[in-house]
Design a protein. Structure first.
Length: 131
């Protein structure tokens, strides 16, 4: 991992917006939370910053990693609302951490009327929580 720091193209991996840190602080107050984010690196760092589980995180720390990454990619790229709804009913996630305005808007549209509430918002970052 030290080698990553030598390459400027990897520097972005070690930087999160301040709003993500505030969202992590919020999620730290949610006992039993199982979190998924739209951003892979945010997923990796979520357990360390919140003390909560990430549904998919680091490849060495996530059981059935390859399958979960495929489901994660589908969740955040699917164009069909039914696909997103089915995925969220299938995976044991309580909170969705969204790190961009576009992703937040998309997920709000996809989850409308499906029992997900916006419980945190700070600039472009938001958290949706299952009722």
């Amino acid at each position: 991992q030290v080698a990553w720091l030598e390459y400027p193209e990897h520097a972005r991996w070690f930087n999160r917006p301040a709003a993500v840190f505030r969202a992590w602080s919020f999620l730290e107050t949610r006992p039993g939370a199982v979190i998924v984010s739209d951003d892979a690196w945010t997923n990796v760092w979520t357990p360390a910053w919140t003390g909560r589980r990430a549904w998919v995180g680091h490849n060495h720390e996530t059981p059935d990693y390859k399958n979960k990454v495929a489901i994660w990619k589908e969740l955040f790229t699917a164009r069909e609302r039914d696909s997103v709804r089915f995925t969220l009913q299938t995976i044991p996630v309580t909170d969705i951490l969204l790190t961009s305005q576009a992703s937040g808007k998309r997920m709000l549209e996809m989850t409308e009327g499906e029992g997900w509430d916006k419980v945190f918002e700070d600039g472009e970052v938001m958290v949706l929580e299952k009722k």
